[in-house]
Write a protein that binds this ligand. Structure first.
Ligand code: FAD
Length: 383
């Protein structure tokens, strides 16, 4: 078993780390305040591999391995949670899923502008009454002549109001239940829908939106994958997404460790640096042990995704463990910083909010637990 990164992966890690520290970290707080994700920053991320990392070179992507993608996610998570969220779905999984499931025409039409970051994407499954159980989608898409007429509301859509292109899931045949769910590519230039951003606890620069489709016309040729196979498409990128969230959480946890070690060496009480007290060391050591374990689980999930086969258990364990560990790590970091941990002058309160947020999307902690339980026991406790 080899625990070493390859030379290429080490170079990538080093380059991305420097870019994040020099170009991104200085603008994070201001962008979070303004609730803005600068498009020119996204363009600068292209040469680093953040856009279309998984898309094969024949479609203009980088065709990176998952360990490399994990390195990108860790460094984004360490620096700016909102950027890590942007890098996961809108910049990566959307062009990738179009590449995997789209027709040649759809690939030619949508992938180039997503890879140049002239356009960005969204993926809309969740609805007001549909969360963990995606099989209950209520949005309808009825074929009328050359268009599907879409009616329904999507919730919590990352990048929803700012994206140019999206993938939505709607029922084309209610009588077939989950087997009647189909996917569609929606282009803002040809389909009209309204978008309202949801005020949320974390990642202020990355919007999550409610999208309302009222008799919205989607051209017939924008159906994505075979009719009735939408749920399968929705589920195909989940393992990739879980690995990305896990590695983003490793990044948040690493940021908490770095800040806490620095603070514990500088802050003095009782005439000594607080880092010299055993109980403060215990807080930091717990953070280090959990983060090292999370990183290894993330790499193991990446290895599985790279080699193929069933990765559900690896990806769900990685997401479950890393998200819970990052939240505990952020809580310990807040404790090490005492009252200043709550202050906006230190980044800890942002890490705390970022870590908590990661426990919900791409399947909640409970859903990951039940996926692992089903895999281990061969019995489903999900429904
Ligand atoms: C910041 C953010 C970004 C998001 N981005 C997107 C996006 O881009 N696109 C998109 O489609 N969605 C997105 N989501 C939605 C996300 O996927 C859902 O919030 C998530 O799937 C949970 O659904 P829910 O919020 O409706 O909670 P519910 O499913 O209603 O769950 C509520 C609680 O019940 C628990 N629960 C549910 N079922 C079970 C069960 N069988 N056994 C035990 N416990 C259970 C859950 O774990 C949770 O604790 C985003 C959410 C957030 C917070």
């Amino acid at each position: 078993m080899d625990f070493e990164l390859t030379e290429e992966q080490k170079i990538l890690q080093d380059t991305v780390k420097k870019f994040m520290d020099n170009e991104v970290a200085p603008i994070v707080e201001e962008c979070e305040k303004k609730k803005e994700m600068p498009r020119d920053l996204i363009k600068k991320l292209i040469p680093l591999g953040y856009v279309g990392a998984l898309v094969p070179p024949e479609y203009g992507g980088l065709g990176l391995d998952y360990i490399s993608l994990g390195i990108l996610m860790e460094e984004a998570g360490r620096t700016w949670g909102a950027l890590r969220i942007m890098a996961n779905g809108p910049l990566n999984l959307i062009p990738y899923t179009i590449c995997v499931n789209g027709t040649e025409e759809q690939k030619k039409r949508f992938i180039p502008s997503l890879l140049s970051a002239d356009k960005t994407g969204f993926l809309a499954i969740t609805e007001p009454n549909v969360g963990s159980d995606a099989s209950g989608i209520e949005t309808r898409a009825d074929l009328q002549g050359s268009h599907f007429i879409v009616n329904g509301t999507k919730m919590w859509v990352t990048n929803g109001s700012t994206a140019d292109v999206g993938i939505i899931f709607a029922s084309t045949d209610k009588s077939k239940g989950p087997g009647g769910i189909s996917a569609f590519i929606v282009d803002k230039e040809e389909t009209t829908y309204s978008a309202t951003n949801i005020e949320k606890m974390f990642g202020h620069a990355m919007v999550a939106s409610e999208l309302v489709f009222e008799d919205a016309k989607v051209p017939k040729e924008n159906i994505f994958g075979p009719e009735g196979k939408g749920l399968k498409i929705a589920l195909t990128t989940l393992n990739e997404g879980r690995h990305n969230v896990a590695m983003g959480s490793v990044g948040i946890a690493q940021a908490c460790i770095d800040a806490s070690v620095k603070y514990a060496k500088e802050r003095k009480q009782f005439g000594k640096p607080i880092g010299s007290f055993q109980l403060v060391q215990k807080l930091i050591v717990e953070m280090v042990a959990d983060t090292m374990a999370s990183r290894l689980l993330g790499y193991q999930a990446a290895k599985c995704l790279d080699t193929g086969g069933r990765c559900d258990r690896f990806c769900s364990v990685a997401k479950l463990f890393a998200c819970e560990a990052a939240f505990k790590t952020a809580s310990n970091a807040l404790q090490v910083h005492g009252g200043y941990g709550y202050s906006k002058e230190f980044p800890i309160e942002r890490y705390f909010r970022d870590a908590r947020g990661a426990m919900i999307p791409e399947g909640t902690t409970e859903i990951q637990t039940l996926i692992i339980g089903r895999d281990v026991l061969g019995m489903s406790a999900i429904r």
